[in-house]
Design a protein around this ligand. Structure first.
Ligand SMILES: Nc1ncnc2c1ncn2[C@@H]1O[C@H](COP(=O)(O)OP(=O)(O)OP(=O)(O)O)[C@@H](O)[C@H]1O
Length: 407
């Protein structure tokens, strides 16, 4: 206890041996310098006691943190009745679509709020694990370019995730349908690309956790009422916040052919640079309006291979989406975007830029870009659209692939 008087600062220390035994230390120092002095002296004379006090303080802090996290999970819990009412008992009319983990339903809560409920399929043996990843991760992640997780429900047979409803469907609905693609002028496409890049940057570097998405693709980019992009589907993302690990090797490949970095598809190696690869493919698809995998011939089996060929021939402008020709897209801007895309898909992951560099490159036209090295090609296309990649069999119709998950 401190007592400051006109004679200086006094510290009364209870020694702990008796209720009435105090040491009185007086000082003419100011209170702050005096505290520093006392801590140093205490550290020299009572090191064990000081360590115990520090340990107690740290344990209390940790307990509080765990408590808060539990509270977050509890407060995210929805009861099944509420969800059933909101979705008309998961009626077909409310069904928005079906992904690898199960169907997604539109719902409206009692207060009028619109939601999207992902109903994890009952046959999905891995569902609970993915579910837990998603709840813990997404609940903590909040960014304007990420689909927000509002809650979850675990009741009986049901495992449900409740998301904010994003009204304009996914990017692939617009991008790969010529009539709808018309709505995406050059400026809108730049806004979408920039938003996706910032969303990934947040996952990689700016959030409390460090998250690698691992399944970035056009169908996992949802568009809100103003056509702003929101990245969805973090079920496959790993949480790295606790152990600081930022890359790994997994036997469990979760990703989509055409978007997967080769080191991930072939060896199960993933890192933030595998997300950068997928972003590069997405960027190329957005500005050309073409899918990476489908619609190319045997000589140039992918959009990526085609882009690289045209880049080297100095004819890459041929790749511009014809719908952009009558738009305000300048050839130089288009070339710059292709250039950034090619930097992201380089074969050697170390050569690929980080997402913070990508964001900078996208918004600063004056930054000079390095020469892209050869991209990673994946060309094992066959008639039935099935590929053998290392130990994993994958399908190539835009579906997600995995060696042990129902997809
Ligand atoms: N938050 C949401 N708001 C509105 N629609 C959504 C939302 N989440 C998903 N959807 C819709 O539900 C459909 C299925 O989504 P889901 O994420 O389960 O699968 P996917 O992304 O198409 O495939 P995959 O599971 O292979 O990634 C999507 O086409 C999307 O249009």
């Amino acid at each position: 206890m401190f007592w400051q008087s006109s004679f200086g600062t006094f510290l009364l220390v209870h020694t702990g041996r008796s209720k009435v035994t105090f040491i009185i230390i007086a000082s003419t120092l100011g209170p702050v310098s005096f505290c520093v002095f006392v801590v140093i002296v205490a550290g020299c004379f009572f090191p064990k006691r000081l360590r115990r006090v520090r340990e107690k303080y740290q344990a209390k802090k940790q307990q509080k943190k765990v408590g808060n996290d539990m509270k977050t999970v509890e407060s995210l819990q929805f009861d099944l009745g509420t969800i059933e009412t909101a979705t008309n008992k998961f009626s077909d009319n409310n069904k928005l679509g079906e992904g690898g983990f199960g169907a997604v339903f539109k719902g409206t809560l009692g207060n009028g709020q619109e939601i999207a409920v992902k109903r994890l399929s009952k046959s999905s043996t891995q569902g609970v694990q993915e579910f837990q990843n998603e709840v813990v991760l997404v609940a903590k992640l909040q960014h304007r370019n990420l689909v927000r997780l509002l809650g979850f429900c675990l009741e009986g047979e049901e495992t449900l995730l409740v998301y904010e409803y994003v009204s304009n469907k996914s990017l692939d609905h617009f991008l790969f349908e010529p009539t709808k693609r018309e709505q995406l002028n050059w400026l809108r496409r730049c806004i979408i690309i920039g938003g996706i890049a910032r969303g990934i940057l947040y996952l990689h570097e700016d959030s409390r956790l460090r998250v690698i998405h691992r399944d970035l693709k056009a169908s996992n980019i949802l568009l809100d009422g103003d056509m702003n992009p929101k990245i969805s589907d973090f079920g496959m993302a790993k949480m790295f916040g606790l152990d600081g690990q930022t890359q790994g090797n997994t036997k469990r490949i979760v990703g989509t052919l055409g978007y997967m970095a080769p080191e991930y598809a072939m060896e199960g190696l993933y890192s933030i640079k595998s997300d950068v690869f997928s972003f590069g493919i997405l960027l190329l698809e957005i500005i050309t309006g073409k899918r990476n995998f489908l619609g190319f011939d045997e000589c140039v089996p992918t959009l990526l291979a085609y882009a690289w060929q045209l880049w080297n021939e100095g004819k890459v402008l041929e790749l511009m989406d014809p719908l952009l020709l009558k738009d305000s897209c300048s050839p130089n801007e288009f070339l710059r975007y292709i250039h950034i895309g090619l930097l992201c898909v380089q074969e050697d992951a170390n050569n690929r830029p980080t997402m913070s560099s990508v964001v900078l490159m996208l918004k600063t036209e004056t930054i000079s870009l390095s020469k892209p090295e050869r991209p990673a090609f994946f060309t094992g296309r066959s008639e039935n659209h099935h590929h053998q990649i290392g130990a994993y069999t994958c399908s190539v119709n835009g579906l997600t692939v995995s060696d042990d998950m129902p997809r």
